[in-house]
Design a protein around this ligand. Structure first.
Ligand SMILES: Cc1cc2nc3c(=O)[nH]c(=O)nc-3n(C[C@H](O)[C@H](O)[C@H](O)COP(=O)(O)O)c2cc1C
Length: 232
């Protein structure tokens, strides 16, 4: 089973993050479950260390019902919208809670594989890179990153054509036109769709043929050690 997570706060039918995560999942040809974090009560890690002995978080919120699914999944597709050139807080809080899986050689997730998805009013690059970083901390290999452009709120707030701190103005300047046609939609971005479909196929192929978790684990461990080398 592949677990898909959309960290968008918007309803699935309007969220470009949800759409893009779904396209990746549909192309895996594997059984999958897609969960939206919208409306879920999930706090960030509170550093209580209650998970140190058994790798089980003791915070009582909606993460609890998701823990077993995360552990059971063969692979992940996680997407976040770009908020302030990073993850939105919902996705950040959700991923912080993966801290519970890491202690004392807790190898529940080590060596698994994943696709990171980011969607922004400009670009989804920042959140996708952040998701990859979170995966690395659990020795999960990101096999593909997908970046899409979604509709910034300025396309529906009513002031997008004149507001000088809005994304449309930043991107196109004076005279920018806000219309249904100019509203970015990942499903209309050919290169994004192509990468999402290819990523889904690759993920599905790797899940079906099996992959060497210990080899990936060793590689990810080395990469993390290289990342921190010389930082103190
Ligand atoms: C609070 C907030 C901050 C945002 N910050 C950025 C940003 O820094 N860069 C960017 O490209 N888009 C930014 N956006 C736009 C969203 O990334 C964009 O609307 C995206 O389509 C949201 O994904 P969704 O459709 O899945 O909800 C921001 C939106 C909100 C609500």
């Amino acid at each position: 089973m592949i677990l898909g997570i959309s960290g968008s706060a918007r309803k699935p039918d309007v969220s470009n993050t949800y759409k893009l995560v779904k396209i990746v999942l549909e192309n895996t040809g594997c059984e999958y479950e897609l969960i939206s974090l919208r409306g879920k009560d999930i706090s960030g890690c509170i550093a209580c260390l209650g998970c140190v002995e058994d790798n089980v978080c003791k915070v009582e919120d909606d993460f609890r019902e998701m823990r077993d699914k995360i552990v059971a999944a063969d692979a992940y597709v996680i997407g976040s919208p770009n908020y302030y050139s990073g993850l939105n807080s919902m996705t950040h809080a959700f991923l912080e809670r993966w801290f519970q899986f890491r202690h004392r050689e807790g190898n529940l997730l080590w060596g698994k594989i994943a696709v990171a998805v980011g969607v922004g009013g400009t670009s989804g690059k920042y959140p996708a890179n952040e998701i990859e970083k979170f995966f690395s901390y659990n020795f999960i290999q990101t096999i593909a990153k997908i970046f899409g452009q979604g509709p910034a709120s300025c396309y529906s707030c009513g002031y997008g054509d004149s507001c000088k701190v809005g994304i449309p103005y930043f991107l196109y300047g004076e005279g920018v036109e806000i219309s249904e046609e100019s509203k970015p939609d990942v499903t209309k971005q050919e290169d994004v769709m192509k990468s999402a479909i290819e990523a889904g196929k690759l993920l599905g192929k790797m899940v079906k043929s099996g992959y060497d978790r210990s080899e990936i684990t060793a590689r990810m461990q080395k990469r993390m050690m290289e990342m921190f080398a010389g930082s103190v």
